[in-house]
Design a protein around this ligand. Structure first.
Ligand code: KPL
Length: 315
């Protein structure tokens, strides 16, 4: 595997040797913090990379998962640190990927492994073009977590994480990832998983951001459900034209299931709009519209949403 082993230690209890690898994480939001704690729990060595230097080398993070509360000391370092990076997990917003990676590009070892675990599509291709020598992986996760404040992480769903290679001949997960709890699933065709997540995000995120509603409203309010149905029908047409079968049933059935399962959630796009951040619309609906344009397929409903969310983000 394209994994550099930083340290090998003896675990006295079992007598077995345990691999300790160094992971750097770019993107210190809820997902970055969640995966940092999981890697620490699995005994791996982790540093969260922050844009700006902080006076301390650690920060305390209180994690609440069900009734279990645990406090972690998360090692942090600025992008300008000099430690080399052989394994990098990127959990930034899709639109921040290139800039964030550029800030540490000089620290990457010649055959570094990079794992992109983000919403949206399009950023993967750009990274592949600009960093052809890195071993690039991508993942999708249904894990759910949010941060009421910078010192606290609430884990709402352990979820499932699927990871697969984008440009490497690997046939299994890098060792440090396989050791994680819950163990991610290796997916040889990660593109399909990325498209599935993308299609669900297209169905749910823009509508919830525009209407300022929880995910559940999309199945409770008939007009919203109807709009979601139109979005899904268009995407079904596109994916069929691309020769992909994303789900065994129509996208609307899957989107409705996710809206129901996450009824009380505010989508990440609604959260972005609420907090005055840029949205990932260009990497979600924007990506889908771009793919459709290339095939000469019209997606009027998705195009309208793209313009509306763009206008919303600009205000
Ligand atoms: O991934 C999500 C998001 O909000 O970005 C969904 C699946 C819509 C859950 O909220």
């Amino acid at each position: 595997t394209p994994v550099s082993i930083e340290r090998v230690i003896n675990t006295p209890a079992s007598g077995k040797r345990k691999l300790i690898m160094k992971w750097h994480i770019l993107g210190a939001g809820a997902m970055g913090n969640l995966f940092a704690t999981r890697l620490l729990q699995a005994g791996q060595d982790v540093s969260l990379i922050l844009r700006l230097p902080k006076p301390d080398d650690y920060y305390q993070l209180h994690c609440l998962e069900g009734k279990a509360r645990r406090t972690y000391s998360l090692p942090i370092q600025p992008a300008s640190a000099t430690e080399t990076i052989s394994q990098l997990l990127i959990t930034t917003k899709a639109y921040d990927t290139e800039m964030a990676l550029a800030s540490v590009a000089g620290r990457l070892t010649p055959n570094a492994t990079i794992l992109l675990l983000q919403n949206g599509m399009g950023q993967h291709d750009r990274i592949q073009q600009h960093y052809p020598s890195v071993n690039l992986w991508a993942g999708v996760t249904t894990a759910g977590a949010w941060r009421p404040n910078p010192a606290e992480l609430i884990c709402v769903a352990a979820g499932e994480t699927q990871i697969g290679p984008l440009n490497t001949p690997a046939t299994e997960l890098p060792v440090g990832w396989a050791a994680q709890i819950p163990t991610p699933t290796y997916m040889h065709t990660i593109q399909t998983a990325l498209w599935r997540k993308l299609a669900i995000n297209c169905a749910i995120n823009p509508l919830t951001a525009l209407h300022g509603c929880h995910n559940g409203a999309l199945i409770e309010i008939p007009e919203l459900y109807q709009q979601m149905q139109q979005i899904c029908t268009e995407i079904d047409t596109l994916t069929r034209a691309l020769g992909m079968t994303l789900f065994a049933t129509d996208l609307i059935d899957q989107a409705a299931n996710v809206a129901q399962a996450t009824a009380g959630n505010r989508s990440s796009m609604l959260e972005d709009v609420t907090h005055g951040r840029s949205t990932e619309i260009e990497f979600i609906t924007g990506y889908v519209c771009q793919q459709a344009d290339q095939l000469g397929i019209d997606l009027p409903c998705n195009k309208a949403l793209l313009s509306q969310v763009r206008a919303l983000s600009a205000t």
